[in-house]
Each structure stands twice: as structure tokens, then as C-alpha cells.
Design a protein. Sequence first.
Length: 301
Amino acid sequence: MPGSAGERVTAGDVLTLEELVLFLRTSTLRGAILVVHAWLTIAAATALYVVWPAALTLAAAVVIIGARQLGLVVLTHETAHWLLFPGMRPNTWVGTWLCAAPLGADLRQYRRRHHLHHRHTQQPEDPDLLLSAASPVGRRRLALALLGDLCGWTALTRIAAWRRPDDLTTIWPRLRAPLVANALLLGVCASVGGWSLYLLVWVLPWATWYQVATRIRDIAEHGMVEDAADPLRHARTTAAGWLARAVLAPYWVNYHLEHHLMVFVPCWRLPRLHALLLARDLGGRMQRASSYAEVLARAGG
């Protein structure tokens, strides 16, 4: 068995050379399909509300779009690793304009931060350590945190915490793409159903369900892990059925252990990598959860 208990496992311990070559391959077609899928889903949820405006259809649109906004973050993450397309330029262009900018993010800044996260996973130097370090928090605090996400309080606190640099020449390169992308979204929404549609189907999902899904994702990925030094234990893979994938875990983001173990594998190959790890008798060493409900139950314990 590759990597006995207590021994670090690397890609070379698990994969043959032929398998390694296979898992390294990216695909322009698959990358394009994922980006188009995200935006078509957002458009379909928007159309649902525009055609049948009601509280129920708005609620459905908020959940669906909020989940796809997280999906765009997942695809931003793929481009940060240059995995969505072959080549650096298409990853940077698509990641900047079609994935990160609509959500107000800067790909280059995210890429630098995220690579530090991989270099120092669950160590004091990990810039993402605080996202999951507080777990478990207790049932009451977890419920209040999720309620704060759902009612928009978390989004407001994040906006209030943002600091503007004194030098506008420093901030403009980071704001240009988000401003242009959101101006285009506002224009499209205004032409379809008025400017308020932008608030209802883009800002509201971001301020509510996106915050919920992001918190649950952060807890599931690194919260309450058992060994910060073991790549099979410092990140978690969470089983997700079709509903969880639709509203919480888009584009195979639930296979986080596999991603940390082999960062060169595109997201759409992660289920196959997961099956291979299990077939090679590593399942007993892997940090896994049977569902997001199990993770939340542990976080609230």
C-alpha cells in the first residue's frame, strides 16, 4: 500500500507515469463548458424570476445564483492554478473577466494569496487559516453565523471592513475589471427588467446565499482536520449528492483533499482521482465526511 500510516504520500506514490500524464491534461472544451454552464445557469434562474415574478421564484433564483457565484469562485481558483485551459493567457483572461471580476475579485491578488495557502496549508503562515480555525464553534454560534450570512449581515461587515488605499493609482488596476464587469451586468439586467433586477438577482444572492455556501465550504475544507502535516489529513473531501452539488458544492469543489494532494489535476478529473485513491487502499487514511450535514454537526458540536 502506498504511504503507510504516518508516512507522507506524494503523487509519485499513487500514480504511475501514464496516469500522471493523463491527470495533467487540461481541456479547452471542458473549461469552456464549465464557464458557459455557470453563466447559463445564472441566466436561467434570472429568467425564471423575470417570467414568473414571485417570492418563491426569487428565493429559488437567490439560492441558484448564489451557488453559481460560488461556482465562479471555484473556476477562478482553477484559473489561479492554470487548470481551466491549456496555456497561461486564456486562464488569466477568462479568470479575470468572466469569473473573478463579476464578484469584485482580483485574480492576480487571489493567485498570490492562494499559492501561499498551498505552500503553508494549516500552518501559521497560511493566509486562509482563520477561515476554519475557529471550528468547532458550538451549535448556537454556528446558527447565528449562518443566520448572519443569510440575512446579509456578513456581507455588510465585509464591505465595512474594506480599506481603500490612499493612492488611487494603486487601487484602480484592481477595481477596473470589477467595475466594468458589474456595469455590464447592470446594463443587461436593466434592459431585461429594470435596474432593480441587478440588485435582486446579483447583489442579493451574493449578500445572502453566497455567504452561506462560502462559510460551509470553508468549514468543510479545513475545519477540524486531524493532522496539519499530512496531505491526506489536512484537507477534507465531503461526499455530495446532486442537491448539495447544485446549492453548495459546484464543480467538484467538495474533492478538496484530492486537490491539495495533487494541485495539478483539473477539477473535473478529481472524482476519478478520488476513486483511484480509494482503489489503492488509502481511504482509511483520508480525511472524509459523508455529507455537509455531518460537517456542520461536528462544527456545531
